[in-house]
Design a protein around this ligand. Structure first.
Ligand code: NAP
Length: 283
């Protein structure tokens, strides 16, 4: 059967772990060749070995423009061009509240989460133009849509990613380069452990524990997994989404549909809080 990405070349940042890794696996299964960009060189080398001729690793710190430029060039020199860019690399942080932020920490988060994807788009677009168009997908987050799903700098940066994707879509879509964002909900990856300062190996192991606990976090009673986001990225990357640009796809098992009381009958609704013992039978 024909793959949905046969003949396409993709670059994926944050490709060595979590959502990025899941997307490498799916894109390769669907026929793409992939430049897997990350800062985890050992895992990147393992990916190359796992998918010979299909995946090339590029050491690419998305805070460094030269790294991004070199990784994008690799797509051209090794695979002949670039059709798809998944700007996905990311981290979280512990500056939860506005009074905890530091100037340096704020800039660091924005460099990775916003400036990185911006520079990725800048360097990828000319190569996509040579191929007659392309698809850019930026990983945002439900934290960019609602308060309460992440630290303040992270959440603000992700809101920026959603809007940046719209503006870039307006600028690039006339040249047949579609730009969209994905807003993942809670996805069981190492990012949770890493954000609380655990060493990488421990954070990796913690992803499995997060998956065990996560099935009760949202209306859909299953844990969000990297493949759930990879499937969304596949849709946006493929010709099935030929008319989709400038939007954000929320993939969150319904966690943003409303307050927890809307779907969890054990949770107290605002009505119950307000009315309290005025509700017949409650006193
Ligand atoms: P992950 O498993 O930690 O994967 C992120 C990857 O990006 C890691 O390999 C990480 O390396 C790498 N990375 C970090 N800084 C980088 C840099 N400067 N340049 C290049 N690569 C870098 O986390 P994930 O959950 O898959 O996260 C992927 C994206 O999804 C992120 O943008 C994240 O904000 C977003 N997201 C995740 C969730 C969720 O619930 N998991 C929800 C919403 C959005 P290190 O491990 O060495 O840092």
């Amino acid at each position: 059967m024909a793959g949905r990405l046969d003949g396409k070349v993709a670059m994926i940042t944050g490709a060595a772990s979590g959502i990025g890794l899941g997307t490498v696996e799916l894109f390769v299964a669907e026929g793409a060749q992939v430049v897997a960009a990350d800062i985890q060189d050992e895992k990147g080398a393992m990916l190359e070995k796992r998918f010979p001729g299909k995946v090339l690793y590029a050491h690419c710190d998305v805070t460094k423009e030269a790294d991004i430029e070199a990784a994008v060039k690799k797509a051209k020199t090794e695979f002949g061009g670039l059709d798809i860019l998944f700007n996905n690399a990311g981290i979280s942080d512990r500056m939860s509240t506005i009074t905890e932020i530091t100037a340096e920490g704020w800039s660091w988060i924005f460099d990775i989460l916003v400036r990185g994807p911006a520079l990725g788009m800048k360097h990828a677009a000319p190569l996509m133009l040579e191929r007659g168009g392309g698809s850019i997908i930026n990983t945002a987050s439900i934290a960019g849509l609602q308060a309460g799903f992440g630290p303040i700098a992270y959440s603000t940066a992700k809101a920026g990613v959603i809007h940046m994707s719209r503006v870039a879509a307006a600028q690039l879509s006339p040249q047949k380069i579609r730009v969209n964002a994905i807003c993942p909900g809670l996805i069981a990856t190492s990012i949770f452990g890493a954000s609380i300062g655990l060493p990488l190996e421990v954070a990796d192991q913690m992803a499995a524990r997060v998956a065990e606990n996560a099935s009760k976090a949202q209306p859909v009673p299953k844990a969000g997994l990297p493949d759930d986001i990879a499937q969304a990225a596949l849709y946006l990357a493929s010709d099935a989404a030929a008319f989709v640009s400038g939007t954000h796809l929320v993939v969150d098992g319904g966690i943003t549909v409303g307050g927890r009381h809307a779907w969890d009958t054990t949770s107290v609704s605002p009505f119950a809080t307000i009315l309290g013992d005025m509700i017949p039978g409650q006193s």
